[in-house]
Design a protein around this ligand. Structure first.
Ligand code: AHR
Length: 636
């Protein structure tokens, strides 16, 4: 490959170019694939709460399912009930603990966390729960234990009475547990409790959190995401925004305020969301990122008509006022009362999710799409634009002249094979410069199956990103960056996958209770994002006129390739290279489909090197097989 880098600046690179698409729970859609397993990306993932099913939200009292993640300890009878008053109107369900008449020693129950609990020496775990009993007034001991009974930390509490009391505690383990097979144990004094009934509600147990925020984020996951320097944050879905029915949509105003007032909901795919990670938590986390989406009145299992639509528009206007209004506004005042006086910055509002405008090949029935074009887009854009003229709107259709007012920005999604992304590395080069701009809001190489890139794992779907897939994404990203006058933002998707319970694969970061796996795609995103330029310089060749699979800095092929790089400016003759897909691995057979996994999380990580060259205006660089490289030279 001959690559000439000129002095000619074509355009500025937008500051929003790289970021994340965020979804509280990640699912393949029931109506498309019908697989009822979930990935836990918010609850059990980024949201640092350790106790699963902490407030019995979204469950049917009396069922075994309602006791998900809870187990009896030493013979207590457990059930979830709504027959006694709950701790709040929003949380009507309680854990009923009945103690047998004959018992010796401690008795109670345990929470098994999100498939385990990380117990770390030196950490302080902050916990609390509500308790009441008409007859039991003795002590309660809480502890972090291994499932075999080793106690790492414990505290004994008093304060049980016939009305709800909140008991708070701190646990400081004296040693770290060997693995995640640990439980949070709650034990009553067996002798005093014999024959008694005790009720519990809204448990919580937090390890230290990112930036020390209460109700905050799991540190390793938050740090990993922050380390990619994301500047756009799209939330709270995906599909999870919309709900399976209108009533189960994400309701922003039920995700704010004390946890006691957040009812939670069954997420889009029949899975309870605690909504502990609510609108304010998102905004704090994404403070500098400046992106938010709104629910647009289209639900997956249902759809709204124009009748009664005003209520949804009003709801969205209230949400925007809550985010951006000063304290003289009603909702700005509510925000201030929750501890945040200063309004948040908000620049982009996306109307809906994947509402393709009745195009051939759309997986959605045409009535969703046509209503989007006919009135949903107009209704929201006109109403919000009238009050917030500075807001920029994103349509979730494909480019369409049917939208009125005309769209200026669209959110485009693509899950596909490496072949697709390599081919589309040049898509934006010929895209008309007609002042419409793209957010590539969800994209990933998901499969090696060219006919069905969303098929099952047994049919080519990837469990983790592969080096081959990540280099193809990088090839596509070179196209986005080169054409960032058209593509103003992008987000690899989805973000997080709990390896003990997942559905959508692959994700950029996978994890369990105490480990994380940064995928090859993670490193590609990080390399592009943290080495973001300010301007694009013209390079030649400018299009796909090479016969080799070298897309500027991404070598997607199985052989090492030499680039002859010519610079239209003089340099000190010194360059640095950060390369993913190390020469050591290449061309080992099979390295093409290699992944970082939970068993081998660091098989492929970026390697830094530097070299000098004689002629200050040219050098050769060998791009290793199946690799992505960031080359940096300095002009004199
Ligand atoms: O990222 C998973 C899902 O894919 C998202 O919820 C949806 O927007 C897309 O179809």
């Amino acid at each position: 490959l001959n690559l000439r880098i000129t002095n000619n600046i074509t355009h500025e690179i937008p500051s929003t170019l790289y970021g994340y698409m965020w979804e509280i729970v990640l699912h393949a859609g029931i109506w498309i694939w019908n697989i009822n397993v979930d990935s836990f990306s918010g609850d059990g993932g980024l949201y640092a709460e350790l106790l699963q099913n902490r407030a019995f939200q979204g469950v049917i009292p009396g069922t075994q399912n309602a006791l998900n993640a809870w187990q009896s300890y030493n013979g207590a009878r457990l059930s979830v009930t709504s027959k006694t008053d709950g701790i709040s109107a929003a949380l009507p369900n309680s854990l009923q603990v009945q103690i047998p008449k004959v018992i010796s020693g401690p008795i109670g129950f345990e929470n098994t966390g999100y498939w385990g609990i990380k117990v770390q020496e030196g950490w302080t775990y902050n916990g609390s729960f509500y308790v009441k009993s008409d007859t039991y007034a003795s002590s309660i001991t809480v502890s972090l234990k291994s499932s075999r009974g080793t106690v790492f930390a414990s505290q004994t509490l008093t304060g049980v009475s016939s009305s709800w009391n909140k008991l708070a505690f701190e646990l400081s383990p004296i040693t770290s547990a060997a693995n995640d097979d640990n439980v949070f144990n709650v034990a009553l004094d067996g002798e005093a409790a014999a024959g008694q009934t005790v009720y519990f509600g809204l448990f919580s147990l937090f390890p230290p959190t990112y930036n020390g925020r209460p109700n905050g984020m799991r540190i390793d996951l938050a740090e990993a995401m922050a380390a990619t320097n994301p500047t756009v944050w799209r939330f709270p879905g995906g599909n999870n925004l919309e709900g399976d029915s209108i009533d189960t949509r994400w309701k922003w105003n039920e995700t704010i305020g004390p946890l006691e007032d957040r009812p939670g909901r069954i997420g889009t795919w029949s899975y309870p969301n605690t909504d502990g990670l609510g609108l304010l938590e998102y905004l704090n986390w994404a403070e500098d990122l400046g992106a938010v989406r709104v629910w647009d009145g289209i639900a997956l299992g249902n759809y709204t008509t124009l009748d009664g639509f005003t209520a949804y528009i009003d709801d969205v206007l209230n949400e925007i006022e809550f985010i951006t209004g000063n304290t003289s506004t009603k909702w700005g005042q509510v925000r201030a009362s929750l501890g945040r006086e200063e309004p948040y910055a908000l620049r982009f509002i996306e109307i809906g999710n994947e509402d393709q405008v009745a195009l051939a090949g759309s997986t959605r029935p045409a009535f969703f799409c046509s209503k989007y074009a006919a009135y949903r887009w107009s209704a929201f854009v006109n109403a919000i634009g009238a009050e917030y003229p500075e807001m920029q709107f994103l349509a979730t259709s494909l480019p369409s002249l049917a939208l009125d007012p005309p769209y200026k920005r669209i959110d485009f999604h693509q899950y596909d094979t490496a072949t697709f992304f390599e081919t589309f590395a040049f898509f934006f080069d010929s895209y008309p410069r007609n002042s419409t701009r793209w957010f590539v809001g969800e994209y990933a190489v998901t499969s090696t199956n060219e006919t069905n890139p969303l098929a099952l794992l047994t049919q080519g779907r990837l469990l983790y990103p592969t080096l081959a897939g990540s280099t193809a994404e990088a090839a596509f990203m070179t196209g986005m960056e080169r054409n960032s006058d058209v593509v103003f933002a992008s987000a690899y998707a989805p973000s997080l996958q709990h390896l003990k319970n997942y559905q959508w694969t692959p994700n950029i970061i996978s994890f369990d209770a105490s480990h994380i796996v940064k995928s090859t795609s993670y490193y590609v995103q990080q390399m592009f994002s943290t080495n973001r330029g300010t301007h694009v310089l013209t390079t030649s060749p400018t299009s796909d006129n090479n016969s080799v699979p070298l897309y500027w800095v991404s070598n997607t092929g199985p052989d090492d390739l030499v680039g002859n790089i010519v610079l239209d400016f003089a340099t000190p003759g010194y360059a640095t290279a950060i390369s993913l897909g190390t020469p050591a691995l290449s061309p080992i057979t099979g390295s093409f489909n290699i992944s970082n996994t939970i068993e081998e999380p660091e098989q492929i990580t970026p390697v830094a090197s530097s070299f000098t060259f004689q002629d200050p205006t040219r050098f050769n660089y060998t791009f290793p097989a199946t690799s992505v490289t960031v080359l940096a030279v300095q002009s004199i």
